[in-house]
Ligand binder design. Structure first.
Ligand SMILES: C[S@@+](CC[C@H](N)C(=O)[O-])C[C@H]1O[C@@H](n2cnc3c(N)ncnc32)[C@H](O)[C@@H]1O
Length: 541
């Protein structure tokens, strides 16, 4: 067998065991059950050879896993008998799980909660027995689950189960249990079990929450379809290399899925896999313009996270937090394409041609931009070029700097009487100067909130022009540097004096400037926050 193929197959070794050469070894073992479970001497050597990741002369790295707290196994329960002892809601939940997994459920209890009675009445494969469980009831069961009030009770139930040769879980008593229930992410047939070996079930639940958020609902439909396609591909007798590439492509699509697989998808993926495997021919990829938010990684959207985790290549802006870039797939290529005002920058036309070139190689490209891609992000140029090249584009919004900063200030950008208009402006023209063609009347509207992007260097002429066009010099104005980042800094003032304060403070990070009456409330931050900022030198009123 081709060694590399064997190594790659190893990722999916369960299926390989079922269908690949190892299967023939297992199938050819026409002996008793016990022997079938234990490979013969020689057969072991053959299995080791097939599974080995070592090249010749390489040191033995030892076992792949050490100190595994428990073995995660996925137990098929369909049609099997599971006995439960107890009548509480906890037993009800376990009964529901076992019933969902297709088990014949028997619940023994002298005092059954109403939910359990209702549940049993809805499901014919669930039976309630109104008495204590007896040792003989464990016999022949696939699993046993029980609740016990005391340690003595738990020990008695465990002993009865063990005598019958049945693995038992005593609810909330890991010391008496042969197995634990992990937290479950259910996208059946895709099932993820999470265990802390009984140590911290809440941690497992929190992790489940994260995974739930990460996995699209539609992945379930792809996992279902995988079973059907696997059978079809057997008939097609596709070459191994193509099959491997096919399942890689399939997994990428499933992880980013927004809808169920369609009729033509099998053929398309097979064609792509065949082209890639044999000739490395180009197939069209895609580009997603993804908003990374202003800095705090927690502000990333779920959609952005999914896009990052299914991308082959990521072109990221200078302002994107490293922690966000790290959320991408480890194998993804990460290319910095930073553009910084008044500093050496990556040229926009170069970024655009890179996007087109990478996507034309069939790659899923993420163009990761600070804040929101559609706010001062030159998104139109990128979208136009990609469309012209026939490359599918998607935009994933992000939290723009103004919104991140306002959230941190706890100040609304609109207010019924004071701020009926909200305007985001850039104070940076293509030549680095203040744009000369702005609508000064709109900017001086006393009922407007104005947020200035890229305005530090041009704040002085901007304030001068606003004052010259009639803005009240006492209009509140403040600057927020590195909004939402741990080292966020604020400089409070008025349109009359902010430029001087900013020149003195010399902010080096990205800044937004808020101008308008509604920002007066930002000056009355909760005392504790003001104190903290004053102590850290951040609050320069
Ligand atoms: C090229 S624009 C990109 C804006 C971005 N697309 C957005 O939606 O926030 C860069 C400017 O955004 C502002 N900016 C970005 N991140 C910021 C942050 N964390 N705090 C304050 N301003 C920020 C600054 O004005 C910076 O010069």
């Amino acid at each position: 067998m081709d060694r590399n193929a064997c190594l790659s197959e190893r990722r999916d070794y369960t299926s390989w065991l079922a269908h690949g050469p190892a299967a023939s070894i297992i199938r050819s073992t026409k002996v008793g059950d016990e022997q079938r479970q234990r490979p013969r001497i020689g057969q072991n050597a053959r299995m080791n050879e097939l599974f080995s990741t070592r090249s010749e002369g390489e040191e033995d790295r030892g076992p792949l896993m050490r100190d595994l707290a428990c073995l995660p196994v996925f137990f098929a329960l369909a049609g099997k008998r599971v006995v439960l002892a107890g009548g509480s809601n906890a037993i009800l939940w376990k009964a529901e799980l076992c019933q969902a997994a297709g088990a014949e459920v028997e619940v023994y209890s002298e005092d059954t909660c109403p939910g359990l009675v209702a549940f049993a009445s809805r499901h014919p494969q669930v039976s309630l027995v109104s008495r204590r469980i007896e040792p003989e009831n464990f016999r022949g069961a696939a699993l046993a689950i029980a609740e016990a009030e005391s340690a003595a009770d738990a020990a008695r139930l465990r002993a009865a189960a063990r005598t019958a040769g049945v693995a038992v879980n005593i609810i909330d008593k890991p010391g008496f249990s042969d197995f634990q229930f992990g937290a479950i992410v259910d996208r059946s047939p895709l099932v993820i079990g999470i265990s802390t070996n009984g140590g911290a079930p809440k941690l497992a639940q929190a992790l489940r929450g994260r995974l739930e958020a990460l996995l699209p609902r539609e992945i379930k439909l792809w996992a279902q379809t995988a079973k059907v396609w696997r059978e079809k591909m057997k008939v097609l007798d596709t070459p191994l290399k193509t099959r491997l590439r096919f399942w890689e492509l399939f997994s990428g699509r499933a992880l980013a899925a927004r809808c169920a697989p369609r009729d033509g998808d099998l053929a398309t993926l097979l064609a792509e896999a065949g082209a890639g495997a044999d000739t490395a021919a180009a197939v069209t990829g895609s580009v997603a313009l993804v908003g990374a938010g202003p800095g705090d990684p927690e502000l990333l959207t779920l959609k952005a996270l999914r896009a990052l985790q299914s991308a082959d290549v990521i072109l990221y802006d200078d302002l994107v937090a490293p922690a966000i870039v790290e959320m991408a797939r480890r194998e993804a290529e990460k290319i910095p394409v930073g553009k910084r005002g008044y500093k050496p920058s990556c040229r926009q036309d170069h970024i655009v041609s890179q996007l087109v070139a990478l996507a034309s190689q069939g790659k899923r490209v993420v163009r990761l931009k600070g804040g929101d891609p559609m706010i001062f992000g030159r998104a139109n140029e990128e979208i136009a070029a990609l469309r012209a090249a026939g490359i599918p584009v998607e935009v994933v919004p992000g939290v723009t700097a103004a919104l991140g900063a306002a959230a941190m200030l706890q100040v609304s950008l609109t207010e019924r009487e004071k701020a009926r208009r909200l305007q985001f402006i850039t104070a940076h023209a293509h030549d680095g100067k203040l744009p000369g063609d702005m609508d000064w009347r709109a900017l001086c509207d006393p009922r407007a909130s104005t947020v200035v992007y890229m305005g530090v260097k041009t704040l002085e002429p901007l304030a001068g022009l606003l004052l010259a066009n009639g803005m009240d010099p006492s209009t509140p104005a403040l600057l927020v540097e590195r909004a939402t980042c741990p080292d966020e800094r604020r400089i409070f003032g008025t349109i009359g004096n902010l430029a001087a304060k900013v020149a003195e403070a010399e902010p080096a990070g990205p800044c937004v400037i808020f101008i308008g009456e509604s920002f007066a409330t930002a000056f009355s931050l909760p005392l504790t926050q003001v104190k903290l900022e004053a102590e850290s030198g951040a609050l320069a009123r």
